[in-house]
Structures are given as structure tokens and as C-alpha cells.
Design a protein around this ligand. Structure first.
Ligand code: HEM
Length: 404
């Protein structure tokens, strides 16, 4: 008790971050932040904190959250000559000990460059062109299902969040495993995808547990068994799919087809890393995209005049569905503005991505303290009326207030 009281007092009165604004209870302990994270409320909680305390808030004894445009470059920007880039906070980015493989997300700077080179061929404009027919197969299926539904049962409600998830997971399965997950065909979540969603929850538990590093192994015992089982199932499913894809050795333009074309992948990447990356792409490219599309659709349906303007632009640009191509879509200005606005209003990764201050550093606009953790919360940042990181485009923003 006395020890804890001393720690709280130190955090409030002596800690190097003591001068930053925020609730006193957050200055004393990380428990309020952990509580909000476990409840799934951290982003909305931080929106409120930024409204009350301004552009910098001390959200836990050692953590500052920012919602100013100036902080973007300082926190996430490239290396400047006089200082190193801020490193990703390992507490957030490292997997569990059982799954500690270096991947593009948790790699240090040197490994990160090498991994990017391995995948450069698979994430390029040329690759996109080669993959276009693969995307279209799934998008056509989505449109045909929606069309059939509209004709056969016009009053039936369709859950578009599910439909977008079915589509993006089917596409990404095709790209990362060489096989679709068939979720559009079966109109239901594949058990592997349910495991992905369970994995997100596991991640939140893990991040919270890591506030108490010495207790990590003990506290992990309290994570629900069902979540751990799903996590294992998730890993072994991806492994067997990647093994199957690599055995095929065909020249299909999916991610592994394009990577293996370069010929040096086996040399620079272990099989474990390949499993990890397939897994990562499946997570990075699916739920994020489906979330953006769901938010964007919500805003279009609640702002009919914007929807009408977008419809006019699209119908004016294409004679019929068959003439729609990725390249031509990229030239549609209003569509691009809608996507940008969707990302602003409904950022799929709305929590802060934490960076660690490696040494005492004098930044352009404020001094930062060694060992402290900095992040920009996209939720609060995009909603801030002060924000000039997202200048309001000519074609006007739709909403300026709270999340739906
Ligand atoms: C709306 C859709 C998407 C959003 C909002 C999004 C967001 C992000 C964010 C915020 C990061 C930085 C992560 C960090 O620094 O910790 C990131 C990185 C990454 N994303 Fe996405 N993403 C989207 C779609 C995709 C897609 C379709 C893919 C394809 C597989 C993808 C693959 C990646 C990869 C590989 C990285 C790591 C890049 C690197 O470190 O060099 N993302 N994404």
C-alpha cells in the first residue's frame, strides 16, 4: 500500500511529464486507460479528454496523446539528420512470446527495409494491374448478390458491414493464401475470420497486461481460454494455407506469386516469417477496408445530396459496369474526396499507434522526455476543429461533430 502510494505521488508531483494536462487520476496510474481499453471505449474517452484538456493530454503516467497537426511529423515522420526516428513501442507491437517473429510491423529500421524490398513487387501499380481481374471477380459477386436481393426481396435488410467484410476477406484470402475464403458464396463468417476478430480482443488484453511487464506470464493465464484456442487455430490455419500456396509454385499474380517471381524470397525470409506476413496482410487489408467502406456508406446514406453528386460523377464517367477499371476510377475527383472524407470521419485505426522517445530530444516545438510514449489518436485528431492536418477540401466536409 505504502509503496503504491509513493508511486502515485511520484507520478503526480515529480514525474518528468507532470506539467502536461490531464485528469489527475491518469497522471497517477494507467488503470483508467486500461479500464477504458478493456471496455472498448478508449477512443471515445480520448475524444472527450482532448475536448476538455486541449491538444496534449497525459493519458497515463508515462503516456502523452496528441491531436495537433504539428505532432504528426514529429511522432511518425522520417529520420531527421539531428535525431533518430521515434521507435515503435514494443509493448504494443511485439507479438506474444509464442509468436515472436520479425514482421514488417514490428521490425527495426534495418529489417523493415529488407522486408519492404521482398514485397515491393507485390505492392506496386504493375501488381495492381495484374491483380485487377482477381479483385473484379469478388466485387462482381458482391454486386450480383446485392442486386439479386434487391429484386427478390426488396424490403429485406442487408447487413452491409458483413457484406464488406465477406468481400475484403475473400479478396485478401485470394491474395495472401492463393485461395478465397468463400464468405460471399456462403453468406457467413469463416471460422478463421471469427478467430481474427477474437485475436483483436486478445491483442487488447495483451497490451493492457504489458503495463505490468513482470506479471505478463501470470496475467496471461487470466485471458479467456476460448480466445487462446482461437488464436492457436488462427495460426495453424494460415500456416497450412501458405504451405499449400507455396507448393503450387504457379505464376498466379497473388502476393506470393509475385514475390516468388523475384526468386530471392526463400533466401531473405524464413517460412515462419511468410506465415506471419500472410496473417498480417489478412488482418491489415481486410477489416480496415471494410470498416472504412461501412463508415463511408453510412455517411453517404445520411447525406443524400453527396450520394447524388457521387452517383452523377460515376454514371457520367462510365458507359456501363463493364467499363469500370481501377485506373479510370482513380481519376474520379469526387470519389477520391469521399474516400478521404470517409477516412477522416471514420478512421479504421482510430487509436494511437504508440512511439517511444529513445533519449532526451528537443523537437521542433516541444521537449520530449526519455522513455515516454507518444501517439496521435486519429479519432480525436480528425474530429478536432483546431486540426489543420486535414484541411477542409473544396468540395466541403459533411459533418463536423461527433462519431455516429
Ligand atoms: C482503409 C484501409 C487501410 C487502413 C486505414 C490502413 C491503415 C494502416 C496504418 C495506420 C498503418 C501504420 C501501422 C503502424 O505504424 O503501426 C498501416 C500499415 C500497413 N498496412 Fe495498412 N491500412 C489499410 C489497408 C491496407 C491494405 C489493403 C493492405 C494490404 C495488405 C495493408 C497493408 C499494410 C502494411 C503491409 C503495413 C505496414 C507498412 C510498413 O510498415 O511499411 N493496409 N496501415
Amino acid at each position: 500500500m505504502t509503496y503504491q502510494a509513493l508511486v502515485y505521488s511520484y507520478n503526480i508531483y515529480l514525474h518528468p511529464l507532470k506539467r502536461y494536462p490531464g485528469p489527475r487520476i491518469c497522471a497517477a496510474s494507467a488503470l483508467p486507460l486500461i479500464r477504458q481499453s478493456l471496455k472498448g471505449n478508449a477512443v471515445l474517452w480520448m475524444v472527450r479528454l482532448h475536448q476538455e484538456y486541449g491538444e496534449v493530454v497525459r493519458v497515463s503516467p508515462n503516456e502523452l496523446s496528441f491531436n495537433s497537426a504539428g505532432a504528426w511529423k514529429d511522432i511518425y515522420g522520417h529520420r531527421k539528420s539531428d535525431r533518430g526516428a521515434l521507435q515503435k513501442d514494443p509493448r504494443f507491437y511485439q507479438g506474444s512470446a509464442a509468436n515472436d517473429v520479425v514482421d514488417i510491423i514490428n521490425a527495426n529500421d534495418a529489417d523493415h527495409g529488407n522486408i519492404r524490398r521482398v514485397f515491393a513487387n507485390a505492392f506496386s501499380d504493375r501488381a495492381l494491374k495484374k491483380q485487377e481481374s482477381l479483385f473484379l471477380t469478388h466485387v462482381d459477386k458482391l454486386i450480383s448478390l446485392l442486386g439479386k436481393d434487391a429484386v427478390l426481396s426488396p424490403s429485406r435488410m442487408v447487413n452491409m458491414v458483413d457484406m464488406f467484410n465477406f468481400t475484403t476477406f475473400d479478396i485478401m484470402g485470394d491474395l495472401a493464401f492463393g485461395e478465397t475464403l468463400n464468405m460471399l458464396d456462403e453468406s457467413g463468417y469463416h471460422p478463421w475470420v471469427s478467430a481474427v476478430f477474437a485475436n483483436f480482443r486478445f491483442g487488447t488484453y495483451l497490451h493492457c497486461i504489458r503495463y505490468f511487464p513482470s506479471l505478463e506470464n501470470v496475467l496471461l493465464q487470466f485471458v479467456p481460454r476460448s480466445l487462446k484456442t482461437k488464436q492457436k487455430m488462427h495460426g495453424s490455419f494460415s500456416q497450412s494455407r501458405v504451405d499449400r500456396r507455396l507448393e503450387k509454385q504457379d505464376a498466379r499474380p497473388d502476393i506470393w506469386g509475385l514475390v516468388l517471381q523475384r526468386g530471392d524470397c526463400e533466401v531473405s525470409m524464413s517460412r515462419l516469417q511468410m506465415y506471419a506476413h500472410s496473417n498480417l496482410f489478412m488482418i491489415a487489408g481486410t477489416e480496415t477496408t471494410a470498416t472504412l467502406l461501412s463508415g463511408l456508406l453510412y455517411y453517404l446514406l445520411t447525406n443524400r445530396e453527396k450520394l447524388a453528386r457521387l452517383t452523377v460523377e460515376i454514371r457520367g464517367a462510365f458507359e456501363n459496369e463493364c467499363t469500370i477499371t481501377i485506373e479510370r476510377l482513380q481519376s474520379l475527383k469526387y470519389l477520391q474526396a469521399c474516400i478521404d472524407e470517409g477516412l477522416r470521419m471514420y478512421p479504421p485505426i482510430s487509436n494511437g499507434l504508440p512511439r517511444l522517445v529513445p533519449s532526451v530530444m528537443l523537437m521542433d516545438w516541444m521537449d520530449w522526455i526519455w522513455g515516454s510514449i507518444q501517439s496521435i489518436q486519429q479519432g480525436p485528431e480528425h474530429q478536432s476543429s483546431r486540426s489543420n492536418a486535414y484541411p477542409i477540401p473544396d468540395w466541403e466536409t459533411w459533418h463536423t461533430t461527433s462519431f455516429p
